[in-house]
Design a protein around this ligand. Structure first.
Ligand SMILES: [Zn+2]
Ligand SMILES: [Zn+2]
Length: 143
């Protein structure tokens, strides 16, 4: 299933509507090859729609997308990427390139399980690992 269809399906399963505005925000995020901020999205939509779109209205939609796991937030960059597998129950790991800003999504359940266990052992509950690795992506390293 193409990603926008998958995203729409996921929202509808959660009894949320796939409104034209939500579809456009999703499309705008997909259009970038790096994580994007709400301001980037607002700017891109303002251009394509020929009217000013406020970042506030984008944030509301992003919150909904993140809550339904169709978009993931890169905490260290305060930016968002489309989730290529909305059904993913992993603690996703993002490799964020210092040079081009691209975020590569990997999953390593052994690693995240060990983090969860270590946190639980330290008396931490409702653990939600946020794993982001900074470095240089393959493309930038080859340059
Ligand atoms: Zn994942
Ligand atoms: Zn790079």
């Amino acid at each position: 299933m193409p990603l926008p269809d998958l995203a729409r399906h996921t929202l509808e399963q959660a009894s949320e509507q796939w409104t034209p505005m939500r579809a456009r925000v999703f499309e705008a995020i997909s259009g970038f090859d790096r994580p994007v901020s709400a301001y980037d999205i607002a700017e891109s939509l303002s251009k394509s729609e020929g009217r000013r779109v406020a970042a506030n209205s984008i944030y509301r939609i992003l919150d909904l997308f993140v809550a339904n796991n169709i978009v993931r937030r890169i905490e260290s960059a305060n930016a968002y990427v489309v989730n290529s597998h909305p059904g993913c129950a992993h603690d996703c790991i993002f490799l964020v390139c210092d040079d081009c800003g691209k975020a590569i999504h990997i999953d390593d359940d052994n690693l995240s399980r060990r983090l969860r266990t270590a946190a639980n052992d330290a008396g931490f509950s409702s653990v939600r690992p946020v794993i982001e690795v900074k470095g240089k992506c393959g493309d930038c390293a080859a340059r």
